[in-house]
Design a protein around this ligand. Structure first.
Ligand code: SF4
Length: 143
């Protein structure tokens, strides 16, 4: 019998109107839909902002990865305010600085470079997701 699967909550910022915010959201979707669908779960920032009880309970019960599109760090702040535990907060700019060729443009629809940046960001997070959800992972100590 296998133990219940551990989950990591992914909270991208809502970043409406900003390409970097759209990259944050796309990276979240890449993780939950393609890269680690069994181990991750998306919680919408808007639900936390509205104080949605179910969203708050999910965030309180699992380690969270916050992905933010600018230095206001809305996702990371809301996770903390909602009683969540941040395992990692990532800024899209930080990843872009290392991948300058992938300049995101577009908002409703990202350009191919922006989509690639989102993918790179998501892929960089997979080792952490694996570590947090492995059978013998211990409590995160960065809180
Ligand atoms: S972190 Fe920046 S881009 Fe994202 S929702 Fe907040 S203000 Fe918008």
């Amino acid at each position: 019998m296998s133990a219940p699967k551990k989950k990591v909550v992914i909270v991208p910022c809502s970043g409406i109107g900003k390409s970097f915010g759209t990259v944050a959201r796309e990276a979240g979707y890449d993780l939950i839909e393609d890269l680690r669908p069994e181990q991750t779960r998306l919680v919408a920032l808007s639900k936390l902002v509205m104080g949605d009880e179910e969203a708050k309970n999910i965030v309180a019960a699992h380690p969270a990865i916050a992905i933010d599109g600018c230095k206001l760090n809305c996702a990371a702040k809301m996770v903390r305010e909602s009683g969540g535990r941040i395992a990692r907060e990532v800024a899209v700019q930080e990843v872009f600085r290392r991948h300058k060729a992938l300049k995101p443009e577009g908002i409703a629809e990202l350009n191919p470079a922006g989509q690639s940046l989102a993918r790179v960001l998501a892929e960089e997070l997979t080792p952490l997701v694996d570590a947090l959800t492995s059978a013998d992972s211990t409590e995160d100590r960065h809180a």
